[in-house]
Design a protein. Structure first.
Lengths: 330, 367
């Protein structure tokens, strides 16, 4: 019998980083910026948090440690790290009107490199005497489940057993969805992504919206990296462990047809597909598991194709996605 | 008399075409600035002085004849993928699936080497490998092109997904063909018979690859600059409507160009598997499919400039790798430096195509 009570929580913790990434990317894409730098930004968010918390854990002893700082420092560092990457992306693509694909890929190269480099060399560079980066104290607080989680049986395991960043991801996704669809700001943002010319003519500051959406989107995506390393990976940094989740988050944006609220369940589904191969009884045939790992991408492709075939107007990507805007260009 | 003038402080306008030496002076300046910043970063991390930094980078690339061969081999493969994606980019078809197209070409090559290795002599086997890798790459590039042409499906996202499907396919076949069972890797294919290994010219196994890519580079330059196909690609890239108006079949151009683009990527995979590595892993492409996008764009889609841009990136990677090795640092250091260089060059393009006009003294307007 398929063990749902153990499967679903694992799918959820796999899904949360994707949810952060896709919510951030959806906001970004709604402003017309196709930020392929998301994988790099998620690495950046993760490593910035790790660096902050590494130095804080090194500077204190278990007796003098402050829970507030233990949580606040990684969060703040992570947000700043990913914000800087978002700003860089915006500066290059919005202010300097560079090609978004190239800029995004450069950001990914840089971010992934930055993460792996400092993850692998931080101990040597800081001259401390520890064998590996293991932030178990910090991670303990990040992954602390809600109260009563272990007393409520399957209910507690399914709904209450996650760290606070998991719940934050859902709140952020719902908030993003609300802002996009129900507020004037969201309307303006969508206008910027669909037709910057029209938005500009209507008096909307295109550059400001693009900057704001991309930077906030980057910060949200960066939190996904932080969640991964602090909660999922128990505060242990290992090179390239984050893997291709950043690209999967971009896939998820398409899969949800640019809707952050759909992203909540979709991210859990993706998380499930990501680990499905561990639950499929395959006996000695290990090779077939590799085929199962293909599923999230195949499903995304199918959605991408169907959406483009049906041509429903509300399901299309933002019309100016991937294009820089220059007022004097016609 | 309350009318204020609303001239903004800075006004940006498009430049006319700059003479090529000015444009390249701007880009060159950006590269120099980036190299200075790279040296500063390296100084902070390792404590070397800037001269030593450059000496180490140079040594890492040209320090011995082996290193120089590896450098040129890496340039050749990167250049090959960059050349492959270029026709698509000129058409404004953002093929970021070079990674997957290479992998699938490599997979096809591996299949031929393993399944036919002991049945056919090399003279027959190698042409089959070439054909198989070209076909596999072409199919992998053709699928997104078909959907783009037929239903205008977003090609960036499509080719991106195809990368991972290819990766998993390769992972699947690696387990099928793993030697020994349970090793999780294929190992060197046909080590004893060398069936399907590309011939070596002289003493270096890299020379053949380099020559092949040099030929592809020349052919691609001619194809894009002087052929009718190249002209059609350029028109479609500049304006699809114009292309339709003058009677170019846009769908056909898109599919044809992507078949070509994918096929050359597949060939690059063949060169890696058959020419140098003689094995297949899921990471054999080492991100070249993505780097190629930047190489091609940095060179303004000009195949001859690509020799230089791919040299720059590979040179930096090898050099930074050397610094990492010397100081016991993580190999990803090169990615950081690559990123810095890319940011500078990407930013410099702005100054090539736009000019900044500052507000002139307001006295004149006040009169």
């Amino acid at each position: 019998m398929f063990d749902f009570v153990s499967f679903i929580p694992r799918a959820v913790v796999q899904g949360i980083p994707l949810l952060y990434g896709s919510t951030g990317e959806t906001l970004t894409e709604k402003s017309g910026n196709l930020n392929l730098g998301i994988p790099g930004i998620m690495y950046m968010g993760a490593i910035s948090g790790v660096i902050g918390s590494f130095f804080y854990e090194q500077s204190t002893t278990p007796e003098t440690v402050s829970v507030f700082l233990l949580l606040a420092i990684p969060l703040l560092c992570s947000l700043i790290g990913s914000l800087l990457m978002g700003l860089l992306y915006c500066f290059l693509t919005v202010t300097l009107r560079a090609n978004q694909n190239v800029t995004g890929l450069a950001i990914t190269t840089f971010g992934v490199g930055f993460g792996n480099f400092f993850g692998g060399s931080l101990i040597k560079l800081s001259g401390t005497q520890v064998p590996a980066i293991i932030l178990s104290t910090t991670s303990g607080y990040f992954s602390r489940p809600l109260p009563f989680a272990d007393r409520l049986g399957w209910f507690g395991k399914l709904f209450l057993s996650y760290g606070f960043l998991a719940y934050l991801a859902i709140i952020i996704a719902l908030a993003a969805s609300f802002v996009l669809n129900r507020t004037r700001t969201g309307l303006h943002l969508r206008a910027v992504g669909e037709s910057p010319n029209t938005a500009d003519a209507a008096g909307i500051n295109v550059a400001r919206y693009k900057y704001a959406a991309t930077c906030i989107g980057s910060m949200i995506a960066g939190l996904g990296g932080l969640y991964y390393v602090m909660d999922y990976a128990s505060g242990i940094w290992s090179s390239n462990a984050f893997g291709d989740r950043g690209w999967l988050a971009i896939a998820l944006v398409i899969f949800t047809i640019w809707r952050p609220n759909v992203g909540i369940l979709a991210s859990f589904l993706f998380g499930g597909l990501y680990i499905l191969h561990m639950y499929i009884p395959s006996g000695m045939n290990l090779a077939i598991k590799e085929i199962y790992k293909m599923l999230p991408y195949v499903v995304t492709l199918i959605v991408l194709i169907i959406v483009s075939m049906r041509k429903k107007r509300e399901n299309q990507p933002p019309a100016s996605l991937g294009l820089s805007y220059f007022r004097e260009d016609r | 008399m309350n009318k204020k003038s609303h001239t903004p402080l800075i006004h940006i306008s498009k430049r006319g075409l700059l003479p090529w030496y000015q444009a390249w002076a701007i880009r060159g300046g950006a590269i120099v600035a980036a190299l200075v910043l790279c040296a500063l970063i390296t100084m902070l991390v390792t404590g070397l002085n800037p001269i030593q930094v450059y000496v180490t980078i140079f040594e890492g690339s040209f320090g011995s004849s082996r290193r120089a061969w590896v450098l040129f081999q890496n340039i050749a493969i990167l250049l090959c993928v960059s050349l492959a994606v270029t026709p698509a980019f000129k058409m404004r078809f953002w093929n970021i699936g070079g990674e997957g197209q290479m992998l699938i070409g490599g997979l096809a090559t591996t299949a031929c080497m393993i399944l036919l290795g002991d049945k056919l002599p090399n003279a027959v086997l190698i042409p089959i490998m070439v054909a198989a890798s070209l076909a596999a790459g072409a199919i992998w590039g053709g699928i997104p092109a078909f959907f783009k042409a037929r239903w205008n499906t977003n090609e960036t996202l499509f080719t991106l997904m195809m990368n991972y499907i290819a990766t998993q396919l390769v992972a699947y076949f690696i387990i099928i063909w793993e030697v020994p069972k349970g090793a999780g890797q294929i190992g060197i294919i046909n080590q004893s018979t060398q069936a399907g290994w590309l011939p070596t010219i002289g003493s270096s196994k890299y020379l053949l690859n380099i020559l092949i890519v040099a030929v592809i580079c020349g052919v691609m330059y001619i194809y894009l600059t002087y052929s009718k196909h190249g002209y059609e690609i350029a028109v479609v890239g500049e304006s699809e409507r114009t292309a339709r108006y003058v009677g170019i079949k846009v769908e056909r151009v898109i599919i044809r160009t992507m078949l070509l683009s994918g096929a050359v990527c597949g060939l690059a995979g063949m060169l890696l598997v058959g020419g140098t590595d003689h094995t297949l892993t899921t990471t054999i492409t080492a991100g070249r499919g993505f780097t190629a996008v930047m190489v091609s764009w940095l060179a303004k889609f000009n195949p001859l400039w690509m020799i230089f841009t791919s040299f720059l990136l590979v040179f930096l990677q090898r050099g930074a790798g050397q610094i990492s090795t010397n100081f016991g640092l993580n190999q990803s250091f090169s990615d950081i430096l690559t990123g810095v260089i890319l940011f500078f060059i990407i930013g410099s393009e702005f100054f090539v195509s736009y000019q900044i006009n500052f507000r002139k003294s307001t006295n004149k307007e006040a009169r």
